[in-house]
Design a protein around this ligand. Structure first.
Ligand code: AOS
Ligand code: ZN
Ligand code: ZN
Length: 386
C-alpha cells in the first residue's frame, strides 16, 4: 500500500528547470526552422518560461547559456526573472563555439587556448555570483577525431588542471556539474565520454563537484538507472539533463522515446534518496519542428508522471518479494506502479494548487502564442544547431 497523500506532497515539492535555449529557434545541421513568436532576447525567453511555470507550477527556474544569454547586467536579469515568479538556474558554459576551440578548449594542446577557456569558465562563476545561481554546468566538446591526434593522458591532465582552477573559485554554496557524452563532436576519443571519467574527476576535485547525467548521452542499451543508483550511492549525482533519444543526442522531449526508462531512472532517484534539491532536474532539449512552449509544458508533465509512478512503487511489497527471491512478484510490483494511470492524480494535485488540471489546454486558451506571434518579429536562434 502506498500513501497517496504523501505521494502528492512529494510531487508538490518537485521543481523542473527549463533551459533558455529550448525557447529559441533550433534545428539540425541541415536546417534551423524559425517559428512565429520566438523570443528575441533573454528577457523574452524568461517571459515564455514564466508561462510554463504559470501553467505547471513546477518549473520555477531557468538555465542560462553563456554567451547565448549574454546581457550587460545579470543582477537586473535575475530581478526581471523574480518579477515573473522565476529564478535563474544553472549557468551553462560554452567552450565550443570559437574557432580557437578546433582542437579542444580546456584540453587543447596550446596553453593560450586553455587559458581562454578557463577565463570563460571563471566568468561564468562571476555571472553565478550576480544571478544567485547555484550550479555551473560544464559540458566540453573536447576530444580527438583520429588515433594519435593528441595524447589521451595529457589531455586528461589538462582537464584536471582546468577543473581544479574552477573548483577553487566556487563559493561556499556553489557547485560545478560535470557532464559526460560518449561521442560528438569528437568521434574518436571524447575527453569526458562517460560517467566513470566524470566521476573520477569529481572525486578528486572535492565536494562541490558533481556529475550530471544527460539522458541522451549514452550508447544504445546503456542502463542509465544503474549509473544513477551508483552516483547517488557515492553522493556524486548533481542532477539531470533530461531529454529523449532514438539515435544520438536527439534532444527530443523527455519521456517521449522511452517513458519506461524515465520511470526506472526516477525510481532509482526516489530509492536512493535523491528526491531532494541536491539533485537538479533540468531539461536539455530543442524543439525543432513542434511548438516550443507546449512541448516544454508536456516535458515537465512527463517528468512529473514518471516521478509519480516512481513514488507509487510499493516499496514494502517490493522488498519482501526481493527478499523471498520471487522474481516475478518483484517485477510485478514495479510494473503495477508503472502501469498506473497517474494523470488523474496529477490533475487533482494541480487543482489543489489552484492550477488548471490540463496545463497544455490552459496554455492554448491563454492566447500567449497569438500575442507573441504578433508582437515578436525576428526571433533569435537558440545558438544550438543539433
Ligand atoms: C551537449 O550535448 C550537452 O547536452 C549540453 O548540456 C548542452 O546541450 C549545451 O551545453 C547547451 O547548453
Ligand atoms: Zn546536456
Ligand atoms: Zn547533449
Amino acid at each position: 500500500m502506498t500513501d497517496v497523500a504523501a505521494v502528492k506532497a512529494a510531487l508538490k515539492t518537485q521543481a523542473i528547470e527549463t533551459p533558455s535555449w529550448a525557447y529559441g529557434n533550433s534545428g539540425t545541421r541541415f536546417k534551423v526552422f524559425t517559428q512565429p513568436g520566438v523570443p528575441r532576447s533573454p528577457r523574452e525567453k524568461l517571459d515564455d518560461a514564466a508561462k510554463v511555470h504559470e501553467f505547471t507550477g513546477a518549473a520555477p527556474t531557468v538555465a542560462l547559456h553563456i554567451p547565448w544569454d549574454r546581457v550587460d547586467d545579470y543582477a537586473a536579469l535575475a530581478r526581471y526573472a523574480e518579477e515573473r515568479g522565476l529564478r535563474l538556474g544553472a549557468i551553462n558554459s560554452n567552450t565550443f563555439q570559437d574557432d580557437d576551440y578546433r582542437l579542444g578548449s580546456v584540453c587543447h594542446p596550446d596553453a593560450a587556448v586553455r587559458r581562454k577557456a578557463v577565463a570563460h569558465l571563471l566568468e561564468c562563476v562571476d555571472i553565478m555570483d550576480a544571478t544567485g545561481s547555484r550550479d555551473l554546468k560544464l559540458w566540453f566538446a573536447d576530444g580527438t577525431n583520429y588515433p594519435g591526434q593528441d595524447d589521451i593522458r595529457a589531455r586528461q591532465d589538462r582537464l584536471a588542471e582546468a577543473l581544479a582552477t574552477v573548483h577553487e573559485r566556487l563559493g561556499d554554496d556553489q557547485r560545478m556539474l560535470l557532464e559526460y557524452k560518449f561521442f560528438e563532436p569528437a568521434f574518436y576519443a571524447t575527453d569526458v565520454p562517460d560517467w566513470g571519467t566524470a566521476y573520477a574527476h569529481c572525486l578528486k576535485l572535492g565536494d562541490k563537484a558533481r556529475v550530471v547525467v544527460d539522458t541522451g548521452h549514452h550508447a544504445p542499451g546503456t542502463n542509465i538507472e544503474f549509473i544513477v543508483a551508483t552516483l547517488l550511492r557515492e553522493g556524486k549525482l548533481g542532477g539531470f539533463d533530461f531529454n529523449s533519444r532514438f539515435y544520438a543526442d536527439d534532444d527530443l522531449m523527455v519521456g517521449a522515446a522511452d517513458p519506461f526508462q524515465l520511470f526506472r531512472i526516477m525510481y532509482e532517484v526516489v530509492r536512493g534518496g535523491g528526491f531532494t534539491p541536491d539533485v537538479a532536474f533540468m531539461l536539455d532539449q530543442c524543439h525543432n519542428i513542434e511548438a516550443k512552449i507546449p512541448a516544454i509544458i508536456r516535458s515537465v508533465m512527463n517528468v512529473q508522471e514518471a516521478t509519480a509512478k516512481a513514488l507509487l512503487v510499493d516499496r514494502a511489497a517490493l522488498a519482501s518479494a526481493q527478499a523471498a527471491g520471487d522474481v516475478l512478484a518483484a517485477n510485478a510490483v514495479l510494473m503495477d506502479a508503472y502501469d498506473t494511470d497517474v494523470r488523474p492524480l496529477l490533475a487533482e494535485l494541480r487543482e489543489e494548487q489552484g492550477l488548471d488540471g490540463d496545463p497544455v489546454a490552459a496554455y492554448h486558451r491563454s492566447g500567449w502564442a497569438a500575442k507573441t506571434a504578433g508582437e515578436r518579429v525576428g526571433g533569435a536562434q537558440a545558438g544550438w544547431g543539433a
